[in-house]
Design a binder for this molecule. Structure first.
Ligand SMILES: [Zn+2]
Length: 280
């Protein structure tokens, strides 16, 4: 089927206390592995990219890959922009054919964040594309977004309530203790805060920086409205590890049709395992 939006899949997950896996889609091998992993579970899946990924792959190639993946897949597939850093970038993705977008104005003063998000929701709604936004600051490093842990701050549930109401967003990324990239120590998730945000916002919530969060914590968060969980770092780590291991064993191999295979197989298993973890 064609690419679908994230609206129905997130609402169903939200209502029924499970979550949709959203995976950083960096190239053909990763995209194919994500789809194959989702098909093994029979669950809908989100391919997501930052703007630096579509600049790397180049937009026409990325769209063709995602569309073909969705058409070939036995499960619903959405293409989501992760951490859209400006109105211009979101527009570029909407025009190209993304079926879901995030606008990240979390570094702006509150009122400016609201204005930006409202403008994005208005434009995206005209083409039926749902919008994710963030309030508070999720720490760590993700592409162009880098936030020192001491500068990360948690989402205020009351402010979140207001933010969701006035912007009309469809899903919300709260800062409640997760971080992008690698965790230096075991992350401490604030479940009471998450619960309050869940009650005050009443829309699907998104967990960013899930790579390295213990399984029991991810599963616990599903009870409190987390309906989309983002994975990127773990996929990158595994893919690179497999390539390193391959070239250690076969240092002279030059055929990408051979050296990508074990990495792709391992990635399929990881994606399957992550999606199973997000099931009810
Ligand atoms: Zn993120």
């Amino acid at each position: 089927m064609p690419l679908v939006t994230t609206k129905d899949m997130l609402e169903d997950a939200y209502k029924n206390n499970y979550a949709i896996g959203a995976f950083g889609a960096h190239n053909l091998e990763v995209i194919k592995a994500v789809i194959a992993g989702a098909e093994k579970v029979g669950a809908p899946v989100i391919l997501q990219t930052t703007s630096s990924t579509y600049k790397y792959v180049e937009m026409p190639y990325l769209i063709a890959l995602a569309k073909t993946a969705a058409e070939q897949a036995k499960v619903p597939v959405a293409l989501h922009l992760d951490h859209g850093e400006s109105y211009h970038i979101v527009m570029e993705c909407l025009r190209a054919g993304y079926t879901s977008v995030m606008i990240d104005g979390s570094s702006l003063p509150y009122e400016e964040n609201i204005l930006l998000v409202k403008k994005v929701v208005e434009a995206a709604s005209a083409v039926n594309v749902p919008v994710e936004a963030e309030l508070g600051t999720i720490g760590g490093v993700e592409d162009s977004v880098s936030v020192k842990e001491e500068n990360a701050f948690f989402t205020d549930p009351k402010q979140a309530e207001h933010f969701v109401k006035v912007t009309g967003i469809h899903s919300f990324a709260p800062a409640f203790g997760t971080a992008h990239g690698k965790y230096r120590e075991k992350p401490k998730l604030l479940f009471e805060l998450l619960q309050e945000i869940h009650c005050s916002t009443n829309i699907p919530l998104v967990m960013h920086g899930a790579s390295g969060v213990p399984e029991e914590d991810v599963r616990k968060s599903l009870k409190y409205g987390i309906a989309k969980v983002n994975f990127s770092t773990e996929l990158k780590d595994l893919f690179a590890e497999e390539l390193r291991a391959y070239f250690k064993d076969y240092p002279t191999e030059n055929d990408p049709r051979k050296y990508f295979l074990p990495a792709r197989e391992s990635l399929i298993k990881l994606v399957e395992q992550k999606i199973v973890m997000l099931q009810k």
